[in-house]
Design a protein around this ligand. Structure first.
Ligand code: UDP
Length: 139
């Protein structure tokens, strides 16, 4: 994946609460182009693999449980400086610390159930996009 791309998920809490449209609207209004997207449901194994970097953390079990409890929207987004700009758009991990107007400030309910994921580096954007999408699904 090119360096001007990032990977995102609208997490199960935001899907359950009917925020897919509001979040996608804010993403595209902020200048990101959707180059891949689907509604999907991660298996326990998918979530354990996707978040493997956190497998020693105390919240790992809860995180896997949360991410597998319902469908998510997975997407690849394109924009100059995509990774950094998208992290700014979503805000801090904990919505209490997130800046006003950010997606997590508006839609997250806790540090765990925080509405959206955004890759933290170009390298991870590449890995995470390829985890969810085949080459023919990226446009
Ligand atoms: N998380 C959690 N408890 C914590 C920290 C993180 O449940 O104390 C969850 C939360 O859903 C977060 C994900 O684990 O988005 C990955 O954590 P990371 O520190 O990578 O935060 P992010 O990059 O998503 O802001």
């Amino acid at each position: 994946m090119a360096d001007n791309r990032t990977f995102t998920m609208i997490k199960p809490d935001a899907v359950e609460n009917g925020h897919i449209g509001g979040i996608l609207d804010q993403i595209t209004a902020s200048g990101f182009r959707i180059v891949a997207m689907k509604l999907t449901h991660m298996t326990k194994r998918d979530a354990e693999t996707f978040y493997a970097v956190h497998n020693e953390r105390p919240f790992f079990g809860e995180l896997v449980e949360f991410m597998t409890r319902g469908p998510i929207v997975a997407a690849i987004l394109e924009k100059d400086n995509a990774v950094e700009d998208f992290r700014t758009l979503i805000g801090a991990t904990n919505p209490e610390d997130a800046a006003e107007g950010t997606i997590r400030k508006k839609y997250a309910t806790s540090i765990g159930e925080n509405a959206v994921h955004g890759s933290d580096s170009d390298e991870n954007a590449q890995i995470e996009g390829a985890f969810h999408f085949a080459g023919r699904e990226m446009f």
